[in-house]
Ligand binder design. Structure first.
Ligand code: CP3
Length: 350
């Protein structure tokens, strides 16, 4: 296959092409497993002040590209800057995770803005400009947002929970108020992604981390339908915008996701069966995934075996190598190097 020099392999996959070597990047590739990240993080003070410091955020976005030569850089930010830009108070507690003023009752929604405050997100757009100028054109630059359902789970509970019971209860108990919240998040997310694309990212990923906790009808209503609207709205303003969807935990509901969300590629978590991924999903759309982050942390023969199985199943079609969820903070750097070398060696070549 001819491969035009200068074009990013990842963008070629998003255009539906198969590449001789699978492009690779890792979710949360900028993060605490890197000593250079920890140093900048300390300098920035709080996590949000790192997200909103264009110089430092650009620096940590580029760190994993310099160290490992990944095929994509992902903007350093967080999905929870959107609730922040809708007027909800968001903080990150060291070692514990995000804390928001919980929207426990429908009345609490009246405290939110109807529209996203782009002024509050100006530093993010500035970060994109800084990274864009420093990134080689063969490296794809990805922006992102959280999907409305996943954002709503944090906005309603005020923190992470194992099964998102507070948001599920809210959606069953107050469907009208929940619909209003999802509608606000659809508009906010679409306009946030448009601004990221205009500022210079090549493609965007929609993270629906908690898609898996919903039963099928609720999944269609709160994940598929809103994400489908975001994709249509973004393309209405940026024709041909490249979009990856990652409905974590969706399992066989990935089929209804592909029916309703016109993404260019779908991200798979580590629980997705590789035969199903190849035969039922990759025949319809390029796929991205799906190494178990714990296999990367474990390293050695287990890592090699899992990587080979994924390449064997998926590298024959349009495919982006990634983890099935974010890299764990205690992952050894040597394991990441071993992973990249193995992926670039290709499937079953001795
Ligand atoms: O490298 C990258 O992938 C880009 C940056 C990025 C972060 N968060 C940085 C981050 C991205 C794409 C995210 C997305 C995100 N944030 C998601 C969706 C993907 C997923 O992982 O499920 C979610 C659910 C969040 C919300 C969030 N942010 C949580 C629950 C936490 C706490 C858990 C943790 O890992 O600490 C965060 C904090 C966070 N976001 C960190 C980083 C590097 C760690 C904070 C720190 O450095 O102190």
């Amino acid at each position: 296959m001819s491969e035009t020099p200068g074009t990013s392999p990842l963008l070629r996959v998003l255009a539906g092409q198969r590449t001789t070597m699978s492009p690779i990047w890792l979710m949360r590739q900028a993060g605490r497993y890197l000593p250079e990240y920890r140093a900048v993080r300390e300098q920035a003070g709080s996590f949000l002040s790192l997200c909103f410091n264009p110089k430092l955020a650009a620096e940590v976005t580029l760190q994993p590209i310099r160290r490992f030569g990944f095929d994509a850089a992902i903007l350093f930010s967080d999905i929870l800057v959107v609730p922040h830009a809708l007027g909800q108070q968001v903080t990150f507690v060291e070692g514990e995770g995000p804390r928001l003023e919980a929207l426990a009752q429908p009345e609490a929604l009246s405290g939110l803005r109807d529209e996203i405050d782009h002024g509050a997100l100006e530093p993010v757009y500035e970060t994109i400009g800084l990274v864009r100028r420093q990134l080689p054109s063969v490296v794809a630059f990805l922006g992102f947002c959280g999907a409305p359902w996943t954002l709503a789970t944090y906005m309603i509970a005020g923190c992470g929970t194992p099964d998102q019971a507070p948001a599920r209860m809210f959606a069953y108990s107050y469907p009208e108020a929940f619909t209003r919240l999802i509608d606000v998040l659809v508009e906010a997310s679409a306009s946030y992604l448009v601004r990221q694309l205009q500022a210079g990212v090549d493609a965007v990923q929609i993270f629906d981390t908690w898609a898996g906790v919903l039963p099928p009808d609720e999944f269609r209503r709160w994940c598929v339908e809103p994400c489908g609207r975001i994709v249509a709205k973004v393309r209405g303003q940026v024709p041909g915008a490249k979009i990856i969807g990652f409905p974590r935990g969706a399992g066989t509901k990935l089929l209804s996701y592909l029916d309703g969300v016109a993404v260019d590629a779908v991200g798979l978590d580590w629980m997705v069966d590789l035969g199903f991924a190849r035969d039922a999903l990759q025949t319809r759309r390029p796929v991205q995934g799906n190494l178990d982050p714990l296999a990367l942390r474990a390293g050695g023969a287990a890592l090699d075996r899992e990587v080979d199985a994924i390449l064997e199943a998926l590298a024959g079609g349009p495919f982006i190598f990634n983890l099935g969820h974010g890299i764990l903070p205690d992952t050894p750097i040597a394991h990441v190097e071993r992973l990249i070398a193995r992926v670039r060696r290709g499937p079953a070549s001795g």
